[in-house]
Design a protein around this ligand. Structure first.
Ligand SMILES: NC(=O)c1ccc[n+]([C@@H]2O[C@H](COP(=O)([O-])OP(=O)(O)OC[C@H]3O[C@@H](n4cnc5c(N)ncnc54)[C@H](OP(=O)(O)O)[C@@H]3O)[C@@H](O)[C@H]2O)c1
Length: 326
């Protein structure tokens, strides 16, 4: 099979499209013919070996992950002997970030726990866009942020995967007043997905405004936590999904103090992959969410797709499709 192989840390240009052996499923695994995958921050970080903690997780000098790609959508071609939940020809999707990666390949084996059946009306491209980013958004908004209908929400870094799915999930929950912050070229697309108000971060610093938010969801934490507190309403919450390591550590260590003195919540999301794909399936089937798609790129152009993502030029989710066709 064809696969994008990572042999050293460096840049997307170091990735190689290779012909390698097709994997065989273990007893509890499913073998999937991958139809589409998508690019995530994991891929951008893994390929470069930065920030530093990536090397602690994925190999210090050399990547232990051979094939990047965490989101997959495809067709089951074989199942291990203990698998009862799936059968050949099922259309499945999922996030392999805790199952060894491997999405940028024509075939991958994954444990049952990392997969869900795709709804009838979901394309492989949409399915590949959803698992990782939608779970980050849902768990940030609902599980940590406890967002409620009628509340005022801001999503920072809102033109990527988390923001573009997050706004639709929040609307489905009944949130009506949603602000999105990103660069100017993404604001039209963001408004088309449901943002009521958009801010170009190069023109305006939302932490200096007089607006107050019940919840700030931030996939791009890059300021002192005290700046965010300024624009949170009393008892409001700031949920960071990711961002600069020093800022995340500050949020982690100061959150108990902030809760005690300022009566505001600061939390860092720890993703539980695939936990609520059934709920996302319901929203998708009801027409309440539809991912914003950038691409698709062919598997052979995966390096270009990852570079496009890393430079922040993407809108929504960057999709990679396999040459074995959709
Ligand atoms: N907590 C966990 O367990 C966990 C697990 C996996 C991943 N993550 C994290 O989750 C996040 C994934 O988010 P995502 O997929 O939505 O990322 P994304 O697709 O890269 O989107 C981020 C957006 O932020 C914009 N941006 C850049 N600098 C900005 C700034 N200063 N102010 C406002 N916006 C800015 C980018 O556009 P421009 O570059 O054009 O400005 C981009 O549109 C990452 O931080 C990742 O590390 C967390």
């Amino acid at each position: 099979m064809k696969a994008i192989v990572l042999t050293k840390y460096g840049s997307p240009n170091d990735l190689q499209l290779k012909e390698i052996e097709k994997p065989t499923p273990k007893d509890d695994e499913v073998s999937i013919e991958v139809k589409a995958s998508s690019v995530n921050d994991w891929d951008w970080c893994l390929v470069r070996g930065t920030p530093f903690y990536i090397r602690l997780l994925c190999g210090f000098f050399k990547p232990k992950v051979r094939i990047p790609g965490v989101d997959i959508a495809g067709e089951v071609v074989a199942v291990g002997k203990n698998v009862t939940q799936f059968q050949p020809d099922d259309k499945v999707y999922g996030d392999l970030s805790e199952s060894g990666f491997g999405g940028f390949a024509e075939y991958v084996c994954a444990p049952v726990s990392a997969l869900a059946l795709m709804p009838e009306n979901m394309s492989y491209i949409d399915a590949a866009a959803i698992p990782h980013a939608a779970m980050l958004a849902l768990q940030g908004l609902r599980d940590l942020g406890n967002i409620q209908p009628g509340q005022k929400l801001l999503i920072n870094g809102a033109g990527g995967g988390v923001g573009t799915l997050g706004v639709q999930i929040a609307k489905a929950i009944g949130v009506e007043n949603i602000t999105g912050v990103d660069s100017s070229n993404k604001l039209d697309m963001m408004r088309s997905l449901g943002f009521d108000r958009t801010i170009d971060y190069k023109q305006e610093d939302f932490t200096k405004s007089e607006q107050g938010y019940d919840l700030i969801l931030d996939p791009k934490t890059n300021r002192s936590i005290f700046k965010y507190l300024r624009v949170l309403k009393p008892h409001g919450s700031y949920v960071t999904v990711g961002g600069e390591t020093a800022r995340l550590l500050q949020a982690l260590f100061l959150s108990p103090i902030i809760r005690f003195f300022f009566k505001k919540n600061v939390t860092i999301l720890a993703l539980k992959p695939n936990k609520d794909l059934d709920y996302i399936n319901e929203l998708f089937e009801a027409g309440q969410i539809k991912p914003a798609i950038d691409g698709p790129y062919n598997l052979s152009s995966a390096a270009e797709a990852i570079q496009h993502f890393g430079e922040g030029n993407h809108q929504g989710k960057v999709i990679i499709t396999m040459e074995n066709g959709l």
